[in-house]
Design a protein around this ligand. Sequence first.
Ligand code: UD1
Ligand code: CA
Length: 458
Amino acid sequence: MTTNRYAVILAAGQGTRMKSKLYKVLHPVCGKPMVEHVVDQISTLHINETVTIIGHGADLVKTHLNGKSEFALQEEQLGTAHAVMQAESVLGNLEGTTLVVCGDTPLIKAETMEALLQHHEDQNAKATILTGYAENPTGYGRIIRNNTGLVERIVEHKDAAEEEKSVKEINTGTYCFDNKALFDALKKVSNDNVQGEYYLPDVIEILQSEGEIVSAYQTSDFGETLGVNDRVALSQAETIMKRRINEQHMRNGVTITDPNNTYIGSDVKIGRDTLVLPGTVLTGNTEIGEDAIIGPSTEIKDCVVGSRTTVKQSVAHNSSIGSDVQIGPFAHIRPESSIHDEVKIGNFVEVKKAEFGKGSKASHLSYIGDAEVGKAVNIGCGSITVNYDGKNKHLTKIEDGVFVGCNSNLVAPVTVGKGAYIAAGSTITEDVPGESLSIARARQVNKDNYVQKLNDKK
Ligand code: UD1
Ligand code: CA
């Protein structure tokens, strides 16, 4: 018979020590809110029901975790035991094992939680604490064992006596409980302590004193135990998570020249033999193909990038970029752009909400916004779409094979027909028929001997 498993994530606190308008558990680590890291790890385990306890910033937390968890509201934050109590209406009567995790321990790994659950069930324990070892345990609850080595209780840093403070085995804030024993014991927790809070760790002492089996499982990975209460810990979490993510990509066949100086979000995917150069920031749902070269000094967010594509010293957001494309140096691909295969977007070119068909080029100093550019189009240096009339944005259509001469203005709405040529320096205000040449500029006038005449007048 397999045991039913549930999870409770504590995420109702304000996080006073962060000194922030943003609620603690929503502070991102490698681009993703702390609590979402925790929930995403839990979602890979076999769990029947996941309940997140929300309070401060409840609506925002709900939005971030939409579809990934159930929620229970803790109106007043009276402590971690009180927080877990709020899940009683959902879980109170169920048989099984309940995993409790703090929303501010973003580095906790699914495999460690699985090992904890396994250990707990193997030991037939009523409670099992995931403990860690901290060189500097300041701020953490300490694990107090009796002279036979069994866990007796957890004492909070603020409540600890001097000799208890020297204990380096800490409570990571992750636990497993027999679900019924948990809710029975929670009712017995008091708030008679320095902080006047209902402490979840007190459940350990309660169960222990009732003669129940209380166990501990120690992780050797300090990173996983890191509880983020302030921004110093936040940057430590970022450093550890960054290393973890970068190492994973390297093991999967991605070359990262300078992992300390490369920032990759936890949901980013990168294909084999892609080279990521220093100063690169890849975030959101970005997906990069194989054999690509990304960076140096490049920011890509929520983009799909094909194979063998090069993106250097550039910024790209919320767009798709095909294979064998060259972007940059110094290009800006703004949202809703679709760059097909073999395109070149070169030096100082800005693209916004534009489609570029296969093999088209805008190599230098252009702005192409609200545009549909066909295949094999050449946009000459300095040419721009004049997409905005001060009130509305208009579409520019440039059909296949068009050659736009340098420094042209295409005043939208306008269509340049297939294969047409536009003479350099033209300001195009009307549609251009396919296969034609359009010249829209004043004719050149040369005044012979003009200088001589000017001098004669003086
Ligand atoms: C807690 C543990 C401590 C452990 C440490 C690990 C308690 C009393 N102490 O301390 O033993 O070493 O975590 O990181 O549990 N929360 C609520 N509602 C509340 C209070 C807190 O949802 O009423 C949430 C917070 O949002 C946070 C988590 O519970 O995500 C932990 O609370 P926090 O105040 O950070 O506890 P610590 O002091 O870090
Ligand atoms: Ca904490």
